[in-house]
Ligand binder design. Structure first.
Ligand code: ADE
Length: 245
């Protein structure tokens, strides 16, 4: 999968891409990320990328010309792939949305700064707007990294365990069950006996129930979307009963 990222701060993104799974994915050519500094496409002496808003008010707005020049300069006019603007006004990123975006083999990302970008960028260049949640950051750089990280995990072969991405919280529609590793006892706290029993079927059932319980406690609305087995329903019924009684 290939990303072209347009930003005023490429140096913010670079270190993250040079570590851990993103770095390994790039080395194995499963992932390619090209960072482009929008400022490089300015044509004025002072390399200005923002200006005051028409109509007054505070804050600065990113000018359209350098953004169009950068994106069309790299990807052609019209661009050869979807162009995503990271903005708090966009569609909220979910695992489902990530799965559908991961079907693209090439995406352009625009990380906005200041108060926002000139509306003509949204209307005539951007094909999709994505938010990473209902809070406001100082710019779209971290959201661009969040989006790329999330999509990278979904590229076949990137994760060591080929089934890992399918077992994730949110991919299954349930929050994940608890995980334990050695030592069997740490500061007097043990590991649930069942996990050391070697009974694979019972362990699978225990994990399923822990995932159901955790989701029921923390994110009950997620359960409404799920196809649950009779056994799952009975387990949740017991939890409800215990709470009621
Ligand atoms: N830019 C600033 N805040 C953002 C958010 N929550 N999501 C995406 N881009 C943003």
């Amino acid at each position: 999968m290939k990303f072209d990222v347009f930003t005023l701060f490429p140096e913010v993104l670079a270190p993250y891409l040079q570590a851990s799974i993103m770095q390994r994915a790039r080395e194995r050519e499963l992932l390619e990320v090209n960072l482009h500094n929008i400022r490089d496409w300015t044509t004025d002496k002072h390399h200005v990328t923002d200006d005051t808003p028409y109509g007054g008010g505070g804050g600065m707005v990113m000018k359209p010309e350098p953004i169009f020049a950068a994106v069309e300069g790299v990807l052609g006019a019209p661009p050869s792939c979807p162009v995503i603007l990271l903005t708090p006004q966009g569609e909220t990123l979910t695992q489902k949305k990530a799965k559908s975006l991961a079907e693209n083999d090439h995406l352009a990302l625009i990380a906005g700064r200041y108060e926002g970008v000139d509306e003509r960028v949204r209307q005539h260049l951007v094909t999709e707007e994505i938010s990473i949640g209902d809070y406001v950051l100082t710019g779209g750089e971290l959201p661009a990294l969040v989006l790329m990280d999330t999509l990278t995990r979904l590229i076949p072969g990137v994760l060591g365990d080929p089934l890992a991405a399918e077992k994730d919280s949110h991919a299954t529609g349930l929050l994940e069950h608890p995980h334990y590793t050695r030592p069997a006892e740490f500061q007097g706290w043990g590991v649930p006996e069942i996990l050391r029993s070697g009974h694979h079927a019972r362990i699978a059932r225990w994990r399923r129930e822990q995932a159901l319980r955790r989701t029921w406690q923390r994110r009950p609305e997620m359960l409404e979307e799920l196809d649950l087995s009779e056994e799952d329903r009975a387990f949740l019924g017991n939890l409800e009963g215990a709470r009621g009684g």
